[in-house]
Design a protein around this ligand. Structure first.
Ligand code: BEZ
Length: 254
């Protein structure tokens, strides 16, 4: 199945909520002047810039070249690099690692946590938010069931998404020598832009790999049927509401 193909212009406009909601997570990070901070999965750099604005020395990394090129164009004074969250090394360890809306894309959490541990100073903190257990339950159920009905196998098993419980993720962190000091799982119903097109836009942006094998006509039919199934659950007063559920977690490298 092909990787998700990121449209950076849509990421910054129609789906700006991804980093706008992340602003709240900055309070939990509480970056300090001169701290060295890594923004893991920085996208187009908006939150990296906010961390830098307090006087921290920040570096943003992302696996997508398109995202890093856009981040560099947006904020040429900041440092960005293409890197894989489950396989990266740093020259000098960081005081903190921040990550917003990324870890649910990586179904190899132990490899990520190993890299985090190596990249942090002793006592350094990891502050993250991502999709937790039950995230986009209604959307994923409709997506898998409609595509399966159209003959596309059992998609749940090959889903790229990873939505762990607090218990699972905290345990993985502890197994690799972190102390988990804060963890919360909460529903965050998220209104999507562009009225009745909001759900189709979301699916095309974030679930494009599931649609890659479909012809244009099949894709249009699939989107219409998925919308019909989701409408009673997630469409209110002309706006689609994605059934997001987030984990927020803070862990200290012991
Ligand atoms: C999320 O932010 O929860 C998410 C985004 C895209 C796909 C799946 C989950």
């Amino acid at each position: 199945m092909p990787e998700n193909c990121w449209n950076t212009a849509f990421y910054e406009t129609k789906h700006a909520f991804v980093w706008q909601y992340g602003e709240d997570l900055l309070t939990l990070l509480s970056p300090q002047p001169r701290e060295r901070i890594l923004d893991l999965g920085c996208g187009t750099g908006q939150l990296t810039q906010k961390i830098a604005a307090v006087g921290a020395e920040v570096m943003g990394i992302d696996q997508s070249l398109a995202m890093i090129e856009k981040a560099t164009a947006n904020y040429p004074h900041l440092q960005f690099a293409v890197a894989d969250a489950k396989d990266f090394q740093v020259e000098q360890p960081f005081d903190a690692i921040f990550s917003n809306a990324v870890l649910h894309w990586i179904p190899e959490p132990d490899a990520v946590i190993r890299c985090l541990r190596e990249a942090l100073k002793p006592g350094g903190r990891f502050v993250a938010e991502f999709g937790g257990k039950g995230n986009i339950n209604a959307i994923a159920t409709a997506l898998y069931s409609v595509l399966e009905t159209m003959g596309y196998g059992s998609l749940e098993k090959i889903s790229p998404w990873y939505f762990p419980s607090i218990g699972e993720y905290a345990t993985r962190l502890e197994q690799q020598g972190f102390d988990v000091t804060y963890a919360v799982l909460f529903d965050r119903p998220t209104p999507l832009e562009e009225g009745k097109s909001g759900m189709a836009n979301w699916i095309e942006m974030f679930a494009s790999r599931f649609l890659a094998a479909l012809s244009a006509d099949q894709k249009a039919i699939a989107l219409r049927v998925i919308e019909q199934r989701l409408k009673p659950l997630l469409y209110r007063d002309g706006t689609w509401i994605a059934d997001y559920r987030r984990i927020r977690i803070v862990a200290i490298k012991a």
